[in-house]
Write a protein that binds this ligand. Structure first.
Ligand SMILES: [Mn+2]
Length: 217
């Protein structure tokens, strides 16, 4: 009955399967939120997309990342030449129809913690109105994670690999939290796709008790 969050898989399908094993994910009981960016950069993009399609349910829930949005909004045959080879025509069509249906953020209460999940971040205005006209949830950077968050909410986000960012003067390859304990932000992108280059790894957070899980390439 555990609830997990993972993000920025970026085609690292083999690492993702390792992670499912590590957390002993049971899709009949547990829930997994994938907080965007399964596309681009990594070696096994079609494999992870097909896995998500095969498992999407009340127990496997995908949110939109900027890389999904870019693919759907500005499909560039040259840039995505690889995908046009790797995916079938009907899969590409499905991808383009699927991406706009993915949410920019989700509110999830686990135990007594009210989480908000968003790929890059979220602010109070978006949460109040439900509108994200500037795609803040997909693209926010330091203006979000150097901010104060939203009172009463714990925000789990990805998008910025924590190993490449000097945050609070701390170079981290672990799940990140701000030093100020009153700011409830949790950054879970630990750079899985950059694992070989920079020593990143794939992180997964159990929302029930905030236990951290890591797998290596
Ligand atoms: Mn991203």
């Amino acid at each position: 009955m555990a609830v997990y969050a993972i993000s920025d898989i970026h085609g690292c399908y083999s690492m993702f399967l390792k992670m499912l094993k590590k957390i002993r994910f049971d899709e009949t009981k547990d829930t997994l939120y994938i907080i965007g960016d399964i596309l681009d950069r990594g070696p096994e993009v079609p494999q992870i997309v097909r896995w998500v399609w095969d498992h999407e349910s009340d127990h496997v829930i995908m949110l939109k990342g900027n890389h999904e949005d870019m693919f759907a909004s500005y499909p560039d045959p040259e840039y995505y030449e690889q995908y046009y080879e790797e995916f079938s025509a009907w899969e590409l069509d499905k991808l383009l129809r699927w991406i706009p249906t993915l949410p920019n953020y989700l509110e999830v209460s686990v135990g007594d913690i009210d989480y908000v999940l968003a790929h890059a971040g979220i602010n109070e205005g978006i949460l109040k109105t439900g509108e994200d006209p500037d795609d803040y949830c997909l693209w926010a950077r330091s203006e979000f994670y150097f901010g104060k968050g939203i009172p009463g909410k714990t925000i789990v986000f990805g998008h910025t690999p924590m190993m490449t960012q000097m945050i609070d003067e701390q170079l981290s390859v672990r799940i990140w939290r701000p030093k100020d304990p009153s700011v409830h932000l949790i950054g879970i992108d630990t750079g899985a796709v950059f694992a070989r280059k920079f020593g990143g790894k794939m992180a997964c957070l159990r929302l029930d008790d905030q236990k951290e899980f890591y797998v290596y390439a």
